[in-house]
Design a protein around this ligand. Structure first.
Ligand SMILES: [Zn+2]
Ligand SMILES: [Zn+2]
Length: 386
Protein backbone atom coordinates (compact mmCIF):
# COMPACT_ATOMS: atom_id res chain seq x y z
CA UNK A 1 0.00 0.00 0.00
CA UNK A 2 1.45 3.36 -1.06
CA UNK A 3 1.91 5.96 1.64
CA UNK A 4 2.42 9.68 1.53
CA UNK A 5 5.62 11.23 2.88
CA UNK A 6 5.40 14.90 3.86
CA UNK A 7 7.62 17.68 5.23
CA UNK A 8 5.80 18.94 8.31
CA UNK A 9 6.64 22.00 10.42
CA UNK A 10 5.78 21.52 14.11
CA UNK A 11 7.37 24.67 15.51
CA UNK A 12 10.30 26.98 14.84
CA UNK A 13 13.33 24.86 13.85
CA UNK A 14 11.25 21.69 14.18
CA UNK A 15 10.78 20.20 10.70
CA UNK A 16 9.97 16.51 10.31
CA UNK A 17 9.46 14.05 7.50
CA UNK A 18 6.28 12.11 8.28
CA UNK A 19 4.45 9.18 6.75
CA UNK A 20 0.73 9.58 6.15
CA UNK A 21 -2.03 7.38 4.76
CA UNK A 22 -3.55 8.23 1.40
CA UNK A 23 -7.20 9.30 1.57
CA UNK A 24 -9.60 8.21 -1.23
CA UNK A 25 -10.44 10.93 -3.77
CA UNK A 26 -13.88 12.51 -3.97
CA UNK A 27 -15.53 13.84 -7.14
CA UNK A 28 -13.65 16.75 -8.68
CA UNK A 29 -10.36 15.85 -7.02
CA UNK A 30 -7.08 14.79 -8.59
CA UNK A 31 -4.10 13.12 -6.96
CA UNK A 32 -0.64 14.24 -8.04
CA UNK A 33 2.69 12.55 -7.66
CA UNK A 34 4.81 15.58 -6.87
CA UNK A 35 7.90 16.52 -8.86
CA UNK A 36 9.40 19.79 -7.56
CA UNK A 37 8.70 22.25 -4.76
CA UNK A 38 10.25 25.71 -4.41
CA UNK A 39 11.10 26.94 -0.92
CA UNK A 40 9.41 30.32 -0.43
CA UNK A 41 10.17 33.09 2.04
CA UNK A 42 6.99 32.16 3.91
CA UNK A 43 8.11 28.51 4.22
CA UNK A 44 11.36 29.84 5.68
CA UNK A 45 9.44 32.03 8.13
CA UNK A 46 7.53 29.02 9.41
CA UNK A 47 10.79 27.09 9.68
CA UNK A 48 12.73 29.85 11.43
CA UNK A 49 10.06 31.61 13.49
CA UNK A 50 7.02 29.31 13.58
CA UNK A 51 4.87 31.83 11.71
CA UNK A 52 4.67 34.45 8.99
CA UNK A 53 3.11 37.89 9.38
CA UNK A 54 -0.03 37.45 11.48
CA UNK A 55 -0.31 33.71 10.70
CA UNK A 56 1.13 31.85 13.67
CA UNK A 57 1.52 28.09 13.64
CA UNK A 58 -1.06 26.51 15.98
CA UNK A 59 -0.80 22.91 14.79
CA UNK A 60 1.62 20.85 12.65
CA UNK A 61 1.37 21.75 8.97
CA UNK A 62 2.81 20.45 5.69
CA UNK A 63 4.79 23.27 4.03
CA UNK A 64 5.02 24.19 0.35
CA UNK A 65 2.98 26.04 -2.27
CA UNK A 66 5.35 26.43 -5.28
CA UNK A 67 4.66 23.09 -6.90
CA UNK A 68 4.82 20.92 -9.98
CA UNK A 69 3.95 17.26 -10.46
CA UNK A 70 2.13 14.66 -12.51
CA UNK A 71 -1.44 13.43 -12.32
CA UNK A 72 -1.43 9.90 -10.90
CA UNK A 73 -5.14 9.39 -10.13
CA UNK A 74 -8.36 11.17 -11.06
CA UNK A 75 -11.63 11.25 -9.10
CA UNK A 76 -15.07 11.10 -10.69
CA UNK A 77 -16.14 13.78 -13.18
CA UNK A 78 -12.62 14.85 -14.12
CA UNK A 79 -12.38 16.06 -17.68
CA UNK A 80 -9.32 17.63 -19.25
CA UNK A 81 -6.71 15.87 -17.12
CA UNK A 82 -5.44 12.32 -17.41
CA UNK A 83 -2.93 10.16 -15.56
CA UNK A 84 0.60 11.20 -16.50
CA UNK A 85 -0.18 14.84 -17.32
CA UNK A 86 2.51 17.29 -16.18
CA UNK A 87 0.91 20.09 -14.16
CA UNK A 88 1.54 23.03 -11.86
CA UNK A 89 -0.71 23.75 -8.90
CA UNK A 90 -2.49 27.05 -8.27
CA UNK A 91 -2.18 27.10 -4.47
CA UNK A 92 -5.42 29.02 -3.82
CA UNK A 93 -8.91 27.55 -3.69
CA UNK A 94 -11.31 30.48 -3.55
CA UNK A 95 -14.99 30.61 -2.52
CA UNK A 96 -16.27 32.25 -5.71
CA UNK A 97 -19.02 34.09 -3.80
CA UNK A 98 -17.48 36.83 -1.65
CA UNK A 99 -16.98 40.47 -2.62
CA UNK A 100 -13.36 39.88 -3.66
CA UNK A 101 -14.21 36.89 -5.86
CA UNK A 102 -17.21 38.60 -7.46
CA UNK A 103 -15.23 41.74 -8.23
CA UNK A 104 -12.66 39.76 -10.22
CA UNK A 105 -9.94 40.00 -7.57
CA UNK A 106 -9.86 36.43 -6.33
CA UNK A 107 -6.63 37.05 -4.40
CA UNK A 108 -8.82 39.06 -2.00
CA UNK A 109 -11.17 36.11 -1.33
CA UNK A 110 -12.43 36.21 2.27
CA UNK A 111 -12.65 32.43 2.50
CA UNK A 112 -9.57 31.26 0.61
CA UNK A 113 -7.79 27.97 1.25
CA UNK A 114 -4.13 28.45 0.37
CA UNK A 115 -1.72 25.51 0.37
CA UNK A 116 0.75 25.60 3.25
CA UNK A 117 -0.97 28.50 5.05
CA UNK A 118 -1.71 28.85 8.78
CA UNK A 119 -4.22 31.67 8.28
CA UNK A 120 -7.22 29.47 9.14
CA UNK A 121 -7.97 26.57 11.49
CA UNK A 122 -7.40 23.80 10.78
CA UNK A 123 -4.36 24.94 8.79
CA UNK A 124 -4.19 24.15 5.06
CA UNK A 125 -1.49 21.57 4.42
CA UNK A 126 0.90 22.32 1.58
CA UNK A 127 2.57 20.28 -1.14
CA UNK A 128 6.09 19.33 0.02
CA UNK A 129 5.07 15.69 -0.12
CA UNK A 130 5.03 12.68 -2.35
CA UNK A 131 1.31 12.81 -3.13
CA UNK A 132 -0.96 15.85 -3.11
CA UNK A 133 -4.73 15.92 -3.53
CA UNK A 134 -6.18 19.09 -5.09
CA UNK A 135 -9.29 20.13 -6.97
CA UNK A 136 -8.86 19.86 -10.72
CA UNK A 137 -9.69 23.57 -11.01
CA UNK A 138 -6.35 24.31 -9.34
CA UNK A 139 -4.31 22.55 -12.03
CA UNK A 140 -2.67 24.02 -15.10
CA UNK A 141 -1.06 21.88 -17.76
CA UNK A 142 2.69 22.50 -18.15
CA UNK A 143 3.40 23.68 -21.72
CA UNK A 144 5.45 21.44 -23.97
CA UNK A 145 9.18 21.96 -23.47
CA UNK A 146 9.00 23.60 -20.03
CA UNK A 147 10.95 21.45 -17.53
CA UNK A 148 9.02 20.61 -14.36
CA UNK A 149 11.68 22.12 -12.08
CA UNK A 150 11.44 25.53 -13.77
CA UNK A 151 7.64 25.17 -13.83
CA UNK A 152 7.75 25.26 -10.01
CA UNK A 153 8.63 28.98 -10.37
CA UNK A 154 5.13 29.72 -11.69
CA UNK A 155 3.77 30.72 -8.28
CA UNK A 156 6.49 33.20 -7.24
CA UNK A 157 6.60 34.66 -10.77
CA UNK A 158 2.83 35.17 -10.53
CA UNK A 159 3.45 37.20 -7.35
CA UNK A 160 5.91 39.39 -9.27
CA UNK A 161 3.57 39.79 -12.26
CA UNK A 162 0.69 40.77 -10.00
CA UNK A 163 2.84 43.46 -8.39
CA UNK A 164 3.72 44.76 -11.86
CA UNK A 165 0.04 44.79 -12.82
CA UNK A 166 -0.73 46.78 -9.66
CA UNK A 167 2.04 49.28 -10.44
CA UNK A 168 0.64 50.01 -13.92
CA UNK A 169 2.33 50.25 -17.30
CA UNK A 170 6.07 49.72 -16.83
CA UNK A 171 7.13 50.07 -20.49
CA UNK A 172 9.66 52.88 -20.89
CA UNK A 173 9.70 53.67 -17.16
CA UNK A 174 12.59 53.94 -14.71
CA UNK A 175 12.11 51.27 -12.07
CA UNK A 176 13.84 50.54 -8.77
CA UNK A 177 13.50 47.08 -7.22
CA UNK A 178 14.44 47.17 -3.55
CA UNK A 179 15.37 43.73 -2.25
CA UNK A 180 16.82 41.25 -4.77
CA UNK A 181 15.64 38.02 -3.15
CA UNK A 182 13.64 35.53 -5.23
CA UNK A 183 10.64 37.85 -5.66
CA UNK A 184 12.82 40.90 -6.35
CA UNK A 185 14.90 38.98 -8.90
CA UNK A 186 11.76 37.63 -10.60
CA UNK A 187 10.47 41.21 -10.72
CA UNK A 188 13.66 42.30 -12.47
CA UNK A 189 13.42 39.51 -15.06
CA UNK A 190 9.73 40.21 -15.74
CA UNK A 191 10.27 44.00 -15.92
CA UNK A 192 12.95 43.44 -18.56
CA UNK A 193 10.54 41.34 -20.65
CA UNK A 194 7.81 43.96 -20.22
CA UNK A 195 9.96 46.76 -21.58
CA UNK A 196 10.99 48.84 -18.56
CA UNK A 197 13.58 51.39 -19.72
CA UNK A 198 15.90 51.42 -16.72
CA UNK A 199 15.95 48.73 -14.03
CA UNK A 200 18.00 49.17 -10.88
CA UNK A 201 18.13 46.42 -8.25
CA UNK A 202 19.15 47.32 -4.69
CA UNK A 203 20.10 44.98 -1.86
CA UNK A 204 22.58 44.68 0.99
CA UNK A 205 24.22 41.51 -0.33
CA UNK A 206 26.33 41.08 -3.49
CA UNK A 207 25.23 37.54 -4.34
CA UNK A 208 21.57 38.27 -5.16
CA UNK A 209 22.61 41.46 -6.98
CA UNK A 210 24.89 39.50 -9.32
CA UNK A 211 21.94 37.26 -10.21
CA UNK A 212 19.64 40.27 -10.64
CA UNK A 213 22.11 41.69 -13.15
CA UNK A 214 22.20 38.37 -14.95
CA UNK A 215 18.42 38.33 -15.44
CA UNK A 216 18.11 41.91 -16.60
CA UNK A 217 19.06 44.64 -14.11
CA UNK A 218 20.86 47.55 -15.82
CA UNK A 219 22.49 48.57 -12.56
CA UNK A 220 22.80 47.13 -9.09
CA UNK A 221 23.33 49.01 -5.86
CA UNK A 222 24.74 47.41 -2.75
CA UNK A 223 23.12 49.75 -0.25
CA UNK A 224 25.85 49.14 2.33
CA UNK A 225 28.33 50.82 -0.04
CA UNK A 226 26.42 53.03 -2.44
CA UNK A 227 23.11 54.84 -2.46
CA UNK A 228 22.81 57.32 -5.35
CA UNK A 229 20.13 59.99 -5.09
CA UNK A 230 18.31 58.89 -8.28
CA UNK A 231 14.52 59.06 -8.39
CA UNK A 232 12.25 56.52 -10.10
CA UNK A 233 8.82 56.36 -11.75
CA UNK A 234 8.09 53.08 -9.98
CA UNK A 235 9.65 51.61 -6.84
CA UNK A 236 8.98 47.99 -5.85
CA UNK A 237 9.58 47.40 -2.15
CA UNK A 238 10.47 43.73 -1.67
CA UNK A 239 13.04 43.86 1.13
CA UNK A 240 10.97 42.28 3.86
CA UNK A 241 12.31 44.78 6.43
CA UNK A 242 10.22 47.48 8.08
CA UNK A 243 12.29 50.55 7.13
CA UNK A 244 12.36 49.53 3.46
CA UNK A 245 9.06 51.32 2.89
CA UNK A 246 10.46 54.63 4.05
CA UNK A 247 13.45 54.33 1.70
CA UNK A 248 11.15 53.32 -1.16
CA UNK A 249 9.01 56.45 -0.74
CA UNK A 250 12.10 58.68 -0.70
CA UNK A 251 13.07 57.29 -4.13
CA UNK A 252 9.68 57.73 -5.82
CA UNK A 253 9.53 60.82 -8.00
CA UNK A 254 6.54 63.19 -8.19
CA UNK A 255 3.53 61.33 -9.50
CA UNK A 256 5.32 58.02 -9.01
CA UNK A 257 4.22 54.64 -7.71
CA UNK A 258 5.42 52.64 -4.70
CA UNK A 259 4.34 48.99 -4.82
CA UNK A 260 4.82 46.90 -1.69
CA UNK A 261 5.33 43.17 -2.32
CA UNK A 262 5.47 40.68 0.52
CA UNK A 263 4.23 40.99 4.06
CA UNK A 264 4.80 43.38 6.93
CA UNK A 265 5.13 42.31 10.53
CA UNK A 266 1.90 42.98 12.46
CA UNK A 267 1.51 46.45 13.97
CA UNK A 268 2.41 49.94 12.82
CA UNK A 269 5.03 50.51 10.12
CA UNK A 270 6.61 53.98 9.98
CA UNK A 271 6.54 55.79 6.62
CA UNK A 272 6.97 59.43 5.46
CA UNK A 273 3.35 59.92 4.40
CA UNK A 274 3.94 63.63 3.76
CA UNK A 275 5.77 62.48 0.61
CA UNK A 276 2.76 60.43 -0.46
CA UNK A 277 0.68 63.62 -0.36
CA UNK A 278 3.22 66.19 -1.52
CA UNK A 279 4.44 64.10 -4.45
CA UNK A 280 1.08 62.43 -5.13
CA UNK A 281 2.67 59.01 -4.82
CA UNK A 282 0.35 56.08 -5.45
CA UNK A 283 0.95 53.43 -2.82
CA UNK A 284 -0.05 49.95 -4.00
CA UNK A 285 -0.37 46.98 -1.68
CA UNK A 286 0.22 43.75 -3.61
CA UNK A 287 -1.28 40.53 -2.30
CA UNK A 288 -0.54 37.20 -3.98
CA UNK A 289 -2.02 37.05 -7.53
CA UNK A 290 -5.06 36.24 -9.62
CA UNK A 291 -5.02 35.52 -13.35
CA UNK A 292 -1.30 36.33 -13.38
CA UNK A 293 -0.73 32.66 -12.54
CA UNK A 294 -1.52 31.70 -16.14
CA UNK A 295 0.53 34.58 -17.52
CA UNK A 296 3.48 33.41 -15.39
CA UNK A 297 3.31 29.88 -16.77
CA UNK A 298 3.36 31.20 -20.34
CA UNK A 299 6.26 33.53 -19.61
CA UNK A 300 8.28 30.70 -18.04
CA UNK A 301 7.65 28.46 -21.04
CA UNK A 302 8.96 31.14 -23.40
CA UNK A 303 11.99 32.09 -21.32
CA UNK A 304 12.76 29.00 -19.25
CA UNK A 305 16.55 29.29 -19.58
CA UNK A 306 16.52 32.90 -18.40
CA UNK A 307 14.39 32.13 -15.34
CA UNK A 308 16.39 28.96 -14.69
CA UNK A 309 19.32 31.23 -13.78
CA UNK A 310 17.54 31.97 -10.52
CA UNK A 311 17.52 28.35 -9.35
CA UNK A 312 20.76 28.04 -7.38
CA UNK A 313 20.18 24.73 -5.57
CA UNK A 314 18.27 21.48 -5.98
CA UNK A 315 18.04 19.11 -3.02
CA UNK A 316 16.55 15.67 -2.67
CA UNK A 317 13.58 15.96 -0.31
CA UNK A 318 15.44 13.53 1.95
CA UNK A 319 17.88 16.42 2.56
CA UNK A 320 15.11 18.85 3.51
CA UNK A 321 17.00 20.21 6.50
CA UNK A 322 20.02 21.07 4.32
CA UNK A 323 17.65 22.62 1.80
CA UNK A 324 15.98 24.89 4.36
CA UNK A 325 19.30 25.93 5.93
CA UNK A 326 20.77 26.68 2.51
CA UNK A 327 17.70 28.66 1.42
CA UNK A 328 18.01 30.73 4.61
CA UNK A 329 21.46 31.96 3.55
CA UNK A 330 20.88 34.71 1.02
CA UNK A 331 24.61 35.27 0.54
CA UNK A 332 24.73 32.07 -1.55
CA UNK A 333 21.20 30.90 -2.34
CA UNK A 334 18.43 32.35 -4.51
CA UNK A 335 15.64 29.88 -5.33
CA UNK A 336 16.12 26.47 -3.71
CA UNK A 337 14.09 23.56 -5.09
CA UNK A 338 13.17 20.29 -3.40
CA UNK A 339 13.17 17.22 -5.62
CA UNK A 340 9.99 15.65 -4.26
CA UNK A 341 10.03 12.67 -6.62
CA UNK A 342 12.79 10.85 -4.81
CA UNK A 343 11.04 10.84 -1.43
CA UNK A 344 11.08 7.67 0.57
CA UNK A 345 13.78 5.95 -1.44
CA UNK A 346 16.45 6.28 1.23
CA UNK A 347 20.03 5.81 0.11
CA UNK A 348 20.49 3.98 -3.17
CA UNK A 349 23.99 2.93 -4.19
CA UNK A 350 24.40 1.27 -7.56
CA UNK A 351 28.09 0.74 -8.20
CA UNK A 352 29.95 -2.50 -8.64
CA UNK A 353 33.32 -1.96 -7.03
CA UNK A 354 34.18 -5.62 -6.44
CA UNK A 355 36.89 -5.50 -9.07
CA UNK A 356 38.44 -2.30 -10.32
CA UNK A 357 39.63 -2.46 -13.93
CA UNK A 358 42.58 -0.22 -13.27
CA UNK A 359 43.80 -2.13 -10.24
CA UNK A 360 42.90 0.76 -7.99
CA UNK A 361 41.38 0.32 -4.59
CA UNK A 362 37.84 1.68 -4.08
CA UNK A 363 37.36 3.61 -0.85
CA UNK A 364 33.97 4.55 0.58
CA UNK A 365 33.89 7.56 2.86
CA UNK A 366 31.05 8.96 4.93
CA UNK A 367 31.69 12.71 5.12
CA UNK A 368 29.77 15.52 6.81
CA UNK A 369 27.68 17.36 4.22
CA UNK A 370 29.45 20.61 5.13
CA UNK A 371 26.72 22.74 3.58
CA UNK A 372 24.60 23.09 6.69
CA UNK A 373 24.58 22.57 10.45
CA UNK A 374 21.94 19.81 10.24
CA UNK A 375 24.55 17.05 10.55
CA UNK A 376 23.73 15.16 7.34
CA UNK A 377 26.37 12.98 5.72
CA UNK A 378 27.46 12.37 2.15
CA UNK A 379 28.70 9.00 0.90
CA UNK A 380 31.64 9.31 -1.49
CA UNK A 381 33.57 6.76 -3.54
CA UNK A 382 37.15 7.38 -4.63
CA UNK A 383 39.74 5.18 -6.34
CA UNK A 384 43.36 5.07 -5.28
CA UNK A 385 46.42 2.82 -5.67
CA UNK A 386 45.78 -0.69 -4.34
ZN1 LIG B 1 5.68 31.65 -2.27
ZN1 LIG C 1 -14.16 34.44 -2.22
Amino acid sequence: MLKDQAIVVHAAKDLRSETRDLVPLVAGEVRLEMAWGGICGSDLHFYRHGGTGVAKLRQPMVLGHELSGRVCETGQDIRGFAVGDAVVVHPARVCGQCHGCLSGREQLCEDVRFLGSAARMPHCDGGFRRFLTVEATQLRRVPEGLPLDIAALTEPLAVALHAIARAGDVAGRAVLVMGAGPIGALLVAALRLKGAARIVAADISDFPLALARRVGADETWNMTRTAPEDMFDIVFEATGVADGLSAAMQRARRGGVVAKVGIFAPGLVPAPLSLVVGREIDFKGCWRFGSEFDEALEMLAEHSAQFGNLVTHRFSVDDYRCAFETASDRTRAMKVLLDLAVANKGLEVRADTSSSRWGEKPTWRLLPCGACPAGNFRLTLTFGPS
